[in-house]
Design a protein around this ligand. Structure first.
Ligand code: PLP
Length: 235
């Protein structure tokens, strides 16, 4: 694995996708997904200038983050259980995967106890997949004002993981839909939501063409991960 070469290639592909999508290159942030990668890999990525990292399990992050350079910013991108909110509020700068009002309420409570506010993204299940976490779009629109009223939560935008497909183009309508839902949310709130977190190793260029401001990339940077546990066992 040649991390420097991978990063260089991804940055060029991000720049080219920005060009095609009529976006300014600075509009898209690369979040390096380090789940199942050791702290040494994080350190190597940090030495190449990466500052923003993502983890999807609180337990793993709690062990790893203290072993990594202190200047890094960490976002939580996995399914969050309410009994892990206290740790998540301590470890992460942003929680990208808020998928219910009850979870938002618990984060709000823990953030208050920690005397901070918590930036979040709302995860949307754009295709209504039964196997996936995330708000159904209609339910999000119905509950958005309640979410926004939580004083310790700051909604910065939306996140999605579209249905898996070997053909990246298949993700395009889902990314477009998330962009539309963001516009509907902005209308309801009467405020701009700056972030759309969408696009992973296989489809980030299409996500950028459709308006992504954050792409979450693991495999294309670090190579294949060791097999992870099935979702039901994950924390
Ligand atoms: C693992 C993961 C990613 C990165 O996936 P790759 O295909 O390895 O780039 C992005 N987002 C979420 C929510 C993930 O769990």
């Amino acid at each position: 694995m040649d991390l420097a070469a991978n990063l260089d290639s991804i940055q060029k592909r991000i720049a080219a996708a920005c060009e095609r999508g009529g976006r300014a290159p600075g509009e898209v942030t690369l979040l390096a997904v380090t789940k199942s990668q050791p702290p040494e890999i994080v350190k190597a990525a940090a030495e190449l200038g990466l500052l923003l990292f993502g983890e999807n399990k609180v337990q793993e992050a709690k062990a790893k983050i203290p072993l990594c350079p202190g200047k890094l910013r960490w976002h939580f991108i996995g399914h969050l259980q309410s009994n892990k909110c206290r740790d998540a509020v301590e470890l992460f700068k942003m929680i990208q995967s808020v998928d219910s009002l009850s979870l938002a309420q618990e984060i709000n409570k823990r953030a208050e106890q920690a005397a901070r506010t918590m930036p979040v993204l709302i995860e949307v299940n754009v295709a209504g997949e039964a196997s996936k976490f995330g708000y159904q779009p209609e339910q999000l629109l119905a509950e958005l004002k309640k979410l926004n009223a939580l004083p310790r939560i700051e909604i910065h935008g939306l996140m999605t993981v579209p249905p898996w497909s070997p053909e990246a183009e298949k993700a395009r309508p889902h990314f477009r839909r998330l962009h539309e839902i963001k516009a509907q949310c902005e209308q309801i709130l009467g405020a701009r939501l700056p972030h759309l977190s969408m696009g992973m190793s296989g489809d980030f260029e299409i996500a950028i063409e459709e308006g992504a401001t954050m792409v979450r990339i693991g495999t294309a940077l670090f190579g294949l991960r060791a097999k992870t546990k099935p979702r039901a066992e994950a924390d």
